[in-house]
Ligand binder design. Structure first.
Ligand code: 0O2
Length: 212
């Protein structure tokens, strides 16, 4: 590791992740309070590990003094949705916000990765307020369905176990599992209204009513 004070370096990213998590969890709460269907199921976030930042900088040939601009996912939040349609609704909600600026988007759903990975990524510039003024921080918002998240979580841990050198048969099975997850999402979309109505009835019984 170089002589950089990493704890200090990561502070703005930690602040951005905490604030972004609160904002998107708040959006879910607000939509529900308005009796509207909330396309957000749950939100998580993380700051990239230092080892992972250094590995990515090396892989992308980003000089260490340029990692703030060269690595866009040091701060990352993940928004999980029930249905693929909800992903597009959430992306619209991100685009219309005035407290962050969309830098660019990566559609790994239409153009899924060779691994089978599917997700919608939006890179935003989010200004945090510090004691010395406003500071723009790049953050990656990953939007995915529960099925996509299930697959990505498992694939990520397997890659970690095999140190990115997955045996061919495991790779093939994972790819087929990703196709199956996509098929599951497709089937669920076909009965989306049925499911949403059932959830509305269920929540209505416990005193909460929501509209789609
Ligand atoms: P973490 O949380 O740091 O351990 P890449 O070259 O893949 O790093 P790319 O393709 O430009 O970069 O993707 P991007 O938008 O930078 O996003 C990288 C992140 O997307 C990864 O972070 C994962 O969270 C997710 N991701 C991308 N491809 C895959 C994949 O094939 N499988 C899984 N499970 N996740 C993927 P890190 O660095 O892996 O995670």
């Amino acid at each position: 590791m170089d002589g950089r004070d990493w704890n200090k370096f990561l502070l703005p990213y930690q602040q951005a992740v905490e604030e972004l998590k609160i904002k998107y969890k708040g959006l879910r709460t607000e939509l529900k309070a308005r009796d509207e269907y909330a396309p957000i199921e749950f939100v998580t976030g993380r700051v990239k590990k230092i080892s992972s930042i250094l590995e990515k900088a090396k892989r992308l040939s980003v000089p260490l003094d340029q990692i703030e601009t060269g690595i866009e996912d040091i701060a990352g939040i993940r928004i999980m949705c029930q249905f693929v349609e909800d992903i597009h609704r959430v992306a619209d909600l991100v685009r219309m916000r005035k407290d962050m600026k969309v830098v660019y988007e990566k559609d790994y759903i239409t153009h899924y990765k060779d691994s089978g990975y599917r997700s919608y990524h939006i890179i935003v510039e989010y200004p945090i307020q510090t004691s010395i003024g406003s500071m723009p921080v790049l953050a990656e918002i990953q939007i995915r369905t529960l099925a996509m998240n299930f697959w990505a979580t498992i694939e990520h841990s397997l890659n970690y176990k095999y140190k990115e050198k997955l045996p061919e048969d495991v790779k093939e099975r994972l790819f087929r599992a990703a196709e199956a997850a996509a098929k599951l999402d497709e089937e669920m979309s076909k009965i989306r209204q049925e499911i949403v109505d059932a959830q509305q009835d269920f929540e209505g019984k416990s005193g909460i009513v929501r509209k789609v």
